[in-house]
Structure formats: structure tokens, C-alpha cells
Design a protein around this ligand. Structure first.
Ligand code: CDP
Ligand code: MG
Length: 698
């Protein structure tokens, strides 16, 4: 009986999925798209968000025979959440278990197997794969999705794929014509032997041609087409209903408060339909979520049917699918999202969009070498994408929380990331691929010379590059293999020499997630008190380590007396009592086990420094030396490498103690230059442990 009912539910669900697939705008052009892909080695597909590009095209290609001979279709996304959620959706549409025919791989997570034929992944991950498989030989088709986002990884990937495709076309000849093979090169501009050795390794392997598809939600395909020598571009017609635009009369001083008021205004005054709110990050999302939950009980009983869900980059993957589920019957859903919901993921059911007009971006100042995250106004293109989300299934409304004339002052489109980020990671990877001439690399848009030079300088100071600007052995190669920021990678390498890698792995994992401390404004004192039991007078790094170890100990003890699930639940309770964000902690635990595996595979020695934390702090000094700062008479600090005046963030355990010399992890620019995650070091260590930089200062 139960099985029969389940089967009916299952059959209905399948039927619904089939109907949904057929109703998507892209379904009407399936045949035509397959023809276009067959006829063109490079194809640019432009289509409105929600038309079905990301979920459908790979399935069409699979059914159209593009995986014959065991090839895989790879689809890159700028964001891991998009890669994960779309893969889950497509696995469901195909009626297969995730990780089999359909899978995903993102940094620190791999859900694929040898039978995976449709593989979603981040653009950064595919770049890493190229280190191991320079011809990306397992792929028959690579789709670079969301190319309009122009992340630095997408830009570099485009350049790399252009080369790989060319060589794979030649590669087909390698097998048939031996003399040409001797002259064939992957990296024709270089005269080093590294690229030749790459080719040698592949000789004898059958290299089939690679199909390349660039997908974008922006209507301007020209830049991609020109870059690929006049490649063909096709448009997929979308469906868009009218969206009423509403603006505020005055600029809002507090956009979070304005967003909160608007959520309730819509909920109380407007007809059915879900609300999508664009916020800038996890902290804002969590604070709005809390405020909504607090206000709900104050409403009359009948008006409380509001369910809040969220989606942001570091949300653990088991929670991500929740935003796609319909709200309970009679409830209205409020989705709190970062700009991830602009084009990367399409959530059904949205009728109202609230757009405060802000976005968090990484910036890079080549003159100081710092790379702060700042909150800025969106571009016009982003504002339009955001409002478009309200008109996908019927007429909708968009509430822009700024006056109308402000809209016209916005920049037309966002500056590509490659123009505003630190390039050291990219340079490291290109070098590891044997591409030494960074300035001569065929970028779709060239990065600033100054940024390239500064980033090379950083790599040189970290010991990753030789005097000839080649990747150093072993440090440079080790750093290129680790999926981390070069400074973090460096700290792990140094830690293995100073016998504190066990400690540093934990700290790097914790630094890689958004803050694990949760300090609601109204309970600030209480949360500080809770933190006190973990605090170390040496600084935030050791404090982080203490928290992690305490949580670990708690979990292990709990596991002795209860089931794994119960122990995890107890840990969440423990986190709450101690004002620790259990999501971030869980994420950090996952990252920790991944990077531990990475360093073990590389043969680094994982040992602990025990109770003597001196080597640990020396290791921090030896790797974060570019982020060292000295106290000034007025209690502020001067960052030694950039000369900037900075202040310790109030959340730091050293906020009041103010030691003479410190290193920090990041600089956050709000109205002040705040530094976060700060530790005390001995000034004399700098010259001793980082003479390459501090000796030069004399
Ligand atoms: O890539 P594009 O923006 O063109 O569309 P898509 O991501 O392929 O989404 C097509 C449709 O699938 C949309 O109507 C989404 O609402 C739906 N979808 C979904 O219901 N659940 C997901 N996890 C992903 C997509
Ligand atoms: Mg898409």
C-alpha cells in the first residue's frame, strides 16, 4: 500500500517535471540548438535568466549524442551554490542519483564518479583541473555559463579554453600525422620546455576536438564573439511579464531597516506571491532573518504565515535546496539572497522583489596591495536583472529602495573582476600550467599592468617565484596545488616546517569561512562574555583554534553517549549557547578535512606544537608578514607594507589590549580601515622570518 502511494507520488512528480521542462522557452529551440552546436566549434548562447539554459542544454547535448565515446559535458558556474543546486535539480529531472550520470564538483566538495557525464562545477575548479589534465581531455563539451558575470576565473578560463581547443583540433592530427605532432605545441607563445613536456605526456592519447559554448544572460554577446574570432551567437527568446517599478522618495539611511519595513508592507498589503530580497552577505541575511522572526509574533495570528529562507555562498549544501521548495500551504515565502539570485539561480514563485541597490564586491588597490571587500551600489545591469526576477511567471512588482533619479546615476555594468582583484592566485595557476608570459596572455580584457606586477611581487616575496619569475621548487608548485589564497598556502607550508601544521590547518579552515562568531547587536555583551572562555591574549588566531578544539572535544564526548545525529544536534545547541555560528563552524570542519587531505597527499608533515604556541605565532609572522602593523602613539596602527592607518576591529580579542606589533588576516573598509583576525607578534621576528621584505626596508 505504502509503496503504491509512493509510486503514485513519484509518477506525478515526474509528470510535473516533464511538463515544466516542456514549458521552458528553450524547449522550443532544442533541435535548432543541437544543430548549431554540431555546426560550430564555438557557440555563444544568450538568453534571459530562467529560460532554461543551465538546466536544459546539457541534457539536450547528452541526449543528442555529445557524450558518445565516453566524453563528459562540463558546465562551469561562477558560484558554487549555483553549481550544486543546479546539479541536484538536473539529477532529479533525469531521474538519477546525484553523483552518477549528473554530478558536481566545487572547491572542497566532489559529487562525481566515473559514470558522470554531465558535470557542473565552478569556473575556478575547472582551472584547477587543467593543472592535472592540461587538455581537459575528459570533456567533449565545455559550457562556460554565466559568462556575463566576468569573474576572474571565467576570464582566465576563456583564454585557456581558446588555447586548449586549438590544440585539441591539432591533437586530432597528432594521432594521424606524426610529423606535425613533433611541432605541435599547446602554448605556442612560450619557448620553455614545460609546455612541450605536457604535449609529450598526451601523445598517444586520443584527443578529440572540444566543443565550446559560452552562455550569458546579458544581451551583449559581441565581446565574446569578437574574442573568439567572430564566433556565432544565438539568442534564446525568454518570457517576461511587466514589472511595476517602485522607488522611495528619499534616499534611505539604513537600507536594512527599509528592507525589513518593505517585507512587512508587502506581506500585509499585497496579494499572494513570494518575496525576493537582495542583500549583500551572510551577516545581513542572518540579521534580517532574525528581525523578521522577532516581529512575526507581534502580528495578529492570521497574518503570521510568512516563511523565511535564505541563500548565500557559504550556506551548507544540505540547506541550499530549501529555497526552491514551495512554502507550506497558505504561507508566503520570503527569500533572503545575495546577488547569487540575480542570474545564477532561478527560484520559482517570485512576484515581489526588494532591491536595496547594494552589493558586496572585492576590490584591489595595487598601490597598497590590499584587497578589501566593500559594499557598493549595483550597476544598472544588475538592477535590471534583479527587477526581472519579479516578472518570470506573471506580472510583478519591484521595490527599489532608492529614489528614481539615483537609478540613472548607476554605472551601466559591473567592471570585470580581473580589473579589480589581486591576481596572485591566477598568476600562480597560469605559471603552473607552463604559461610564463602573463602580460602576453590573451586575456579577453587585459588586467592592469600594475596589478600584475604587484601580484608577482607578492608571489616573489612569498617565495613562490624564482628570480627569473618561474614557479619555485618546491614552494611555488606546492602553493599552486593548494586550493587556497597564496598567503594561506604559504602558512601551511611554513607550518609543516615549524611542526604546527595541525594547528594551522584548523586556523586556515576557520579563516576561509565567514565569521564563526555570532554577535547579534542586542546581545553584544552576552556574546562577548561567552567568547571570553575561549579568548587568548595572544590574539584571534589562537582564539579561533580554542573554539574549534572546544567544539571538537564537545562533539567527541557527545558521540560517546549518543548517536551521531544526536551529537550533531547537541553541538548546534552548544554553539547557540556559546554564540557561535554553527553553519560556519560546520563549513569550516568540512574545509578542514579537505585541506588536511590535500597537504597529506602533498607529503607535508602534519604534526602539532602541543602547548608551546611560539612556533604557531612565528608561523603567522612568517606568512602574514605583509599584513604586519605597528602601534602608533594614538592607539591606531600603521600597516607596514602599505603605510595605511588601520584600527583593530571591535570584534577582535585584542581590541582593548592593543599590543605593539601585530599581524592581521583581512582589512575591512567601512567608514574606517578595520583589520580583523589579529594576533600579537614580536617585531624582531619580521626581519628574522621575512628578511626578503623587512631587510629591504632598512
Ligand atoms: O539558466 P537559465 O537562467 O536560463 O534557467 P535555468 O537555471 O535552467 O532554470 C530553468 C527553470 O528551472 C526555472 O524556471 C527555474 O525556476 C527552474 N529551476 C528549479 O525549479 N529548481 C532549480 N533548482 C533550478 C531551476
Ligand atoms: Mg543559468
Amino acid at each position: 500500500m505504502g509503496i503504491a502511494i509512493n509510486y503514485v507520488i513519484f509518477a506525478r512528480r515526474r509528470q510535473k517535471i516533464e511538463q515544466h521542462r516542456k514549458s521552458l522557452p528553450i524547449a522550443a529551440v532544442e533541435k535548432k540548438l543541437l544543430e548549431e552546436v554540431s555546426n560550430n566549434d564555438i557557440l555563444i548562447i544568450v538568453g534571459e535568466t530562467g529560460s532554461g539554459k543551465t538546466t536544459q542544454l546539457p541534457q539536450y547535448l547528452f541526449n543528442g549524442g555529445f557524450c558518445r565515446n565516453g566524453g563528459t559535458i562540463g558546465i562551469t558556474q561562477p558560484r558554487r551554490v549555483a553549481a550544486v543546486t543546479v546539479a541536484k535539480r538536473v539529477a532529479e529531472e533525469c531521474g538519477v542519483t546525484l553523483g552518477q550520470k549528473v554530478g558536481y564538483a566545487v572547491r572542497f566538495e566532489d559529487e562525481t564518479s566515473s559514470s558522470t557525464r554531465i558535470k557542473y562545477m565552478t569556473d575556478g575548479l575547472l582551472l584547477r583541473e587543467a593543472l592535472l589534465d592540461p587538455y581537459l581531455s575528459r570533456y567533449s563539451v565545455i559550457i562556460v555559463d554565466e559568462a556575463h558575470e566576468r569573474t576572474v576565473h571565467t576570464d582566465v578560463l576563456l583564454g585557456l579554453l581558446k588555447r586548449v581547443q586549438k590544440t585539441r583540433l591539432q591533437g586530432a592530427m597528432v594521432n594521424s600525422d606524426h610529423t606535425k605532432a613533433e611541432n605541435g605545441r599547446l602554448f605556442e607563445n612560450e619557448n620553455d620546455h614545460q609546455s612541450n613536456s605536457v604535449l609529450k605526456n598526451c601523445r598517444g592519447k586520443k584527443l578529440s576536438p572540444l566543443k565550446l559554448i559560452i552562455m550569458s544572460a546579458s544581451l551583449d554577446a559581441q565581446i565574446f564573439s569578437e574574442y573568439f574570432g567572430g564566433a556565432r551567437a544565438v539568442h534564446v527568446q525568454g518570457r517576461q511579464y511587466p514589472v511595476d517599478m517602485l522607488y522611495t522618495h528619499q534616499p534611505e539611511t539604513d537600507y536594512l531597516d527599509a528592507a525589513l519595513i518593505t517585507i512587512f508592507q508587502i506581506h500585509l498589503e499585497e496579494g499572494p506571491g513570494d518575496i525576493l530580497v537582495f542583500l549583500t552577505g551572510q551577516e545581513e541575511i542572518e540579521s534580517i532573518e532574525r528581525l523578521v522572526q522577532e516581529r512575526l509574533p507581534k502580528l495578529p495570528e492570521s497574518k503570521r504565515k510568512l516563511s523565511v529562507v535564505s541563500i548565500f555562498a557559504s550556506l551548507p549544501s544540505e540547506k541550499q535546496m530549501k529555497v526552491f521548495m514551495p512554502a507550506p500551504v497558505g504561507f508566503r515565502k520570503v527569500i533572503l539572497a545575495t546577488n547569487i539570485a540575480e542570474t545564477s539561480v532561478t527560484i520559482p514563485g517570485i512576484k515581489y522583489v526588494i532591491d536595496p541597490g547594494m552589493v558586496k564586491v572585492r576590490t584591489y588597490d595595487a598601490s597598497t596591495g590590499i584587497e578589501p571587500l566593500i559594499i557598493v551600489k549595483t550597476s544598472k545591469a544588475q538592477a535590471l536583472q534583479r527587477s526581472g526576477r519579479a516578472g518570470r511567471e506573471g506580472p510583478g512588482k519591484c521595490y527599489r529602495l532608492y529614489p528614481e533619479n539615483e537609478f540613472y546615476k548607476l554605472k551601466d555594468s559591473t567592471t570585470p573582476e580581473i580589473k579589480r582583484c589581486n591576481l596572485s592566485n591566477v598568476i600562480l595557476q597560469l605559471k603552473a600550467l607552463g604559461i610564463d608570459d602573463i602580460i602576453g596572455f590573451d586575456f579577453i580584457e587585459e588586467p592592469d599592468r600594475m596589478a600584475i606586477i604587484k601580484s608577482m611581487e607578492l608571489l616573489f616575496l612569498l617565495g613562490a617565484l624564482t628570480d627569473e619569475s618561474k614557479l619555485s621548487e618546491p614552494v611555488g608548485h606546492q602553493m599552486a596545488r593548494l586550493p587556497l589564497d597564496p598567503i594561506y598556502s604559504k602558512s601551511l607550508i611554513v607550518a609543516s616546517q615549524l611542526n604546527c601544521l595541525e594547528e594551522m590547518l584548523i586556523v586556515v579552515a576557520l579563516l576561509s569561512v565567514e565569521s564563526i562568531f555570532y554577535a547579534p547587536r542586542e546581545k553584544l555583551e552576552e556574546s562577548r562574555l561567552a567568547l571570553r572562555s575561549f579568548s587568548s591574549a595572544e590574539g584571534d588566531h589562537l582564539t579561533l583554534l580554542n573554539v574549534y578544539r572546544a567544539s571538537d572535544e564537545f562533539l567527541e564526548k557527545s558521540k560517546l553517549v549518543s548517536s551521531k545525529e544526536k551529537a550533531e544536534k547537541n553541538l548546534r545547541k552548544w554553539c547557540k549557547e556559546n554564540f557561535i555560528n554553527s553553519r560556519s563552524l560546520k563549513h569550516a570542519r568540512d574545509i578542514h578535512s579537505q585541506i588536511r587531505r590535500n597537504v597529506e597527499q602533498m607529503g607535508l608533515r602534519v604534526s602539532s606544537c602541543g602547548d608551546d604556541m611560539l612556533p604557531f605565532h612565528q608561523c603567522l609572522a612568517a606568512s602574514f608578514f605583509l599584513n604586519a602593523a605597528l602601534k602608533q602613539p594614538d592607539g591606531t596602527y600603521r600597516a607596514l607594507s602599505s603605510g595605511l592607518m588601520v584600527q583593530i576591529h571591535p570584534s577582535s580579542v585584542l581590541f582593548r589590549m592593543k599590543p605593539e606589533c601585530i599581524i592581521f588576516d583581512e582589512l575591512v573598509r567601512t567608514n574606517k580601515n578595520y583589520i580583523r583576525n589579529v594576533s600579537r607578534i614580536d617585531y624582531l621576528w619580521l626581519a628574522e622570518l621575512a628578511p626578503q621584505f623587512y631587510a629591504l626596508q632598512e
